[in-house]
Design a binder for this molecule. Structure first.
Ligand code: DHB
Ligand code: FE
Length: 248
């Protein structure tokens, strides 16, 4: 009996060979492609996961949903950090920057019961598209937090609006985007991860209707169910979002 990796890798090779046949790919073109791949051995290490995520992470999230009934998952991206401050109702930001954003909703099981004790991780960029912990001037307690969900399942967190962001594009990943005729921008988004004992870990993102690049995300992560139309409340934007967890 074949192992799972044999099956998947054999099919992958077959699919690539079919494409080579379909387009009469020449030896010269093949050598150029190998030359391109060699650039990954000379660039920074993050270029390999970056290219893989750019092309396939959202697909893996979609496949995962075949086996789940809860709210839909989406890419984690490269900027999740485990060690973040526990928050009450406010994420620490550079207060002078960016519109206020209120994020509120509930964490429930499939039947709508509160999942008390769930850990809701929230992280997003600052108003210029930068993530804390990945720049000298942005310590990791900014723009990130972990909310412990109480008995009603509800949460209400204040922060600031994230901004569109370019993925690193001065290396081979950027060159590949160029080959595909694509720009390097992601639309403004907020990341979430929910962990609770007895439930599948849930990782997702929220996007904003009408925002720049929502229709052409460079990592093709946007799904209609993840695009929110925020309400206005006292000068702040309000993102209403519920997390429905699947049992483990
Ligand atoms: C990727 C995802 C993100 O959420 C982000 O901010 C940057 C890059 C990615 O999948 O490559
Ligand atoms: Fe992100």
């Amino acid at each position: 009996m074949s192992t799972r990796s044999e099956l998947v890798i054999q099919d992958l090779v077959k699919a690539v060979r079919e494409v080579l046949w379909r387009h009469d790919v020449t030896f010269e073109e093949y050598r150029a492609a190998v030359g391109f791949l060699m650039k990954y051995t000379k660039g920074p290490e993050f270029e390999v996961p970056l290219t893989c995520d750019m092309l396939f992470n959202a697909t893996i999230s979609d496949i995962e949903m075949k086996h789940r009934k809860g709210s839909i998952s989406n890419l984690e991206g490269p900027y999740f950090l485990e060690a973040v401050p526990e928050i009450a109702d406010r994420i620490k930001t550079r207060g002078e920057q960016g519109d206020e954003l209120i994020i509120e909703g509930r964490v429930t099981d499939l039947a709508g019961n509160a999942v008390e004790g769930a850990q809701l991780y929230i992280w997003h960029s600052d108003s210029q598209g930068f993530y804390s912990g990945f720049r000298e001037d942005l310590p990791t307690d900014l723009y990130r937090g972990r909310k412990v969900i109480g008995p009603t399942g509800a949460f209400h967190v204040r922060t600031t609006m994230p901004a569109p962001y370019t993925i690193p594009h001065d290396g081979p990943s950027g060159e590949l985007l160029g080959f595909l005729g694509r720009h390097p921008w992601r639309p403004a988004h907020v990341h979430f991860k929910v962990r609770a004992a007895g439930f599948v870990e849930h990782t997702t993102q929220a996007y904003f209707a009408g925002g720049q690049w929502v229709d052409s995300d460079c990592v093709e992560g946007v799904r209609p169910a993840l695009v929110h139309e925020p309400e206005e409340r006292g000068g702040a934007k309000v993102l209403k979002i519920n997390f429905v967890l699947d049992p483990a």
